[in-house]
Ligand binder design. Structure first.
Ligand code: ZN
Length: 164
């Protein structure tokens, strides 16, 4: 069995699974995320929601050696979507504007509270229809953001200043 260092997901070992790209995730967990991504690409109703999966997954699997923008953008996406109801398209537009406005991004250290989050991308994968997929995604993303918020919420909100 493999245990994901980011989210704690336990999965059978899969020698064919490929390593996660720039994230602190097991290859087996990354494969589950790949299935969620494939479903989002094939189901138009999920398109406005997929950015939330991208950001929740990155925020739950931060890699200290990765470029700081990776975690910063994930947290920006979670704040906009979870607290302000932004769609995935709106989050992508915000990412683009912020990327144009800033070059150096602060590093965000993984908060200990993230270890208490029991929800993973596997709950989204387990959904059997688009409505359940979206509901599971929202619950998971909100839990990940709640773990980050006490330590990083104010700093992340500050990064949004150029959007005003
Ligand atoms: Zn994981």
């Amino acid at each position: 069995m493999s245990t994901c260092p980011g989210c704690g997901l336990v999965r059978p070992d899969d020698p064919a699974a490929v390593p996660a790209d720039g994230l602190d995730a097991s290859a087996e967990c990354w494969a589950v995320y790949g299935e969620v991504t494939a479903r989002a690409i094939s189901e138009p109703r999920l398109a406005p929601w997929h950015q939330l999966a991208v950001d929740a997954y990155a925020a739950q699997h931060p890699l200290a050696s990765a470029k700081p923008i990776r975690t910063a953008f994930a947290l920006i996406g979670l704040l906009l979507a979870v607290e302000r109801g932004a769609s995935g398209f709106e989050v992508r537009a915000a990412h683009k504007r912020l990327a144009d406005a800033r070059r150096d991004w602060p590093a965000f250290a993984r908060p200990a509270a993230l270890d208490e989050v029991r929800l993973t991308v596997a709950e989204v994968r387990a959904a059997t229809d688009p409505a359940a997929h979206i509901a599971a995604l929202q619950t998971w993303a909100a839990a990940v953001w709640a773990a980050w918020r006490p330590a990083a919420g104010d700093a992340v909100a500050g990064l949004l200043e150029p959007l005003r």
